[in-house]
Design a protein around this ligand. Sequence first.
Ligand SMILES: *Cc1c(COP(=O)(O)O)cnc(C)c1O
Length: 505
Amino acid sequence: MSITKVTQHPTQNESLIFERSQTGRVGYRLPKLDVPETLDVIPTEFRRSDDLAGVPEVSEVDVVRHFTRISTWNYSIDLGMYPLGSCTMKYNSRLNEKVARIGGFAGLHPLAPEAESQGALELIYKLQEDLAEITGLPGVSLQPAAGAQGEMTGVMLIRAFLDQRDGEASKDRRVILIPDSAHGTNPASAAMSGFTVKTIHSTAEGLTDMNHLRELCNEGGVAGLMLTNPNTVGIFERNIREICDTIHAAGGLVYMDGANMNALVGIARPGDMGVDVIHLNLHKTFSTPHGGGGPGCGPCLCSAELAPFLPTPRIEKSGETYRLNYDIPTSIGRVKAFFGNFGMMVRALSYIYTHGSDGLKEATEAAVLNARYISHKLADTYDEPYQSDCMHEAIFSHKHQAKKGVVTLDIAKRLIDYGFHPMTVYFPLVVEGAMLIEPTESVGRADLDAFIEAMIDIDREAQDDPELVINAPHSTRIGRLDEATAARKPVLRWREDMESTAKAA
Ligand SMILES: *Cc1c(COP(=O)(O)O)cnc(C)c1O
């Protein structure tokens, strides 16, 4: 490979590892071959003949410094507050990581026989029991690998239950009701399981409109409801019992999106509210790593009535022995290879055990207190679309700043200059210019105050010098990206004839 000349400031304009390649450089040493060379058993058409052309030739120090430098361009939960509403970006204790690396857990093969996997099976069983206790729903499957997959599993349980209960008539019950504030995965899960979706309006208070709910139930064909509680504007649906009763009276079942369980753990149980099925996000509420596409864990929990339909294999305990039961004819079948993402289960149980029941309750209280503190402190500066007390996340809109031409995206980008990760923007869709802020319990008073101060400063800038905010961020390597093009036409492959990425930036 030819030498590409790179003369850029090391941290501000890092070129790609391919562009740093220098012919003849190596960063590895292989041990001497101590077995006979068997190259000739590989058919010629499967052998590489290009001498690894295109693979960067770099030294160890080139590699270490390159990746360390680019890691500093990123923001992470270890660097500071990450107030993405609906995402519950809490700090994860290092202890959870240590436990997940215990050799017997980390090195266990998924096909190891039951007799040699008793510890892992016990861990899964105990986590199931704890999550059942926390939600008040006895049926559990830890198989789903994400919240969205947990949702789909839950909706499939509803469908299997209705098919068994109603037989042929079940096909006339194919409507799932979903509030207009819902997460986009809810209608997607319903549609993928063969249902059609009808949207329920919210009231000016930010709650499910009970009259509209009754009206839709009266139209008939209702298989169920999918509801997030606290809902996606951060408000507890205080009519939850009546909502469940209304759906049950119409012959449907209630699915709760449990992504917001961080506001409820140790305080209130969905099972006690009348919910039939729920998913949890271990990678939100139960502190397992989050982002980068996984691995995640989105357990599905349900009432005893729906439990026969849960995915197989089921873990059962007889005496002191755990076994896997693959033979459950009513089951919807597998939704994920093996048992789901086991490492996430280890971390979640570690989180539960290190907190204990008092600690879990305290975490919930702190999460709600932190969000209410932000809501209260910013109430005079930013428009609050709803008057109700928020739960674990606070919602604002850009209404006051928009008069100066400063919108939610600008405020979010300016927060980067203040050293914070932006909040969730433009979600939920029911609030124009929404800013959804979820501090979580893992932020102390000083950090909350610093965030609040930054938000107040940004408002002052929006009033006095709007251009400063509109052109933010000013402190990053790259300013405003064309995000639509970046998402729709991503450049994923480097070619030698490309313009240098460092120059292009
Ligand atoms: C995060 C979230 C989901 C989806 O969870 P994933 O693990 O990202 O698939 C669903 N509903 C709500 C309300 C969420 O916040």
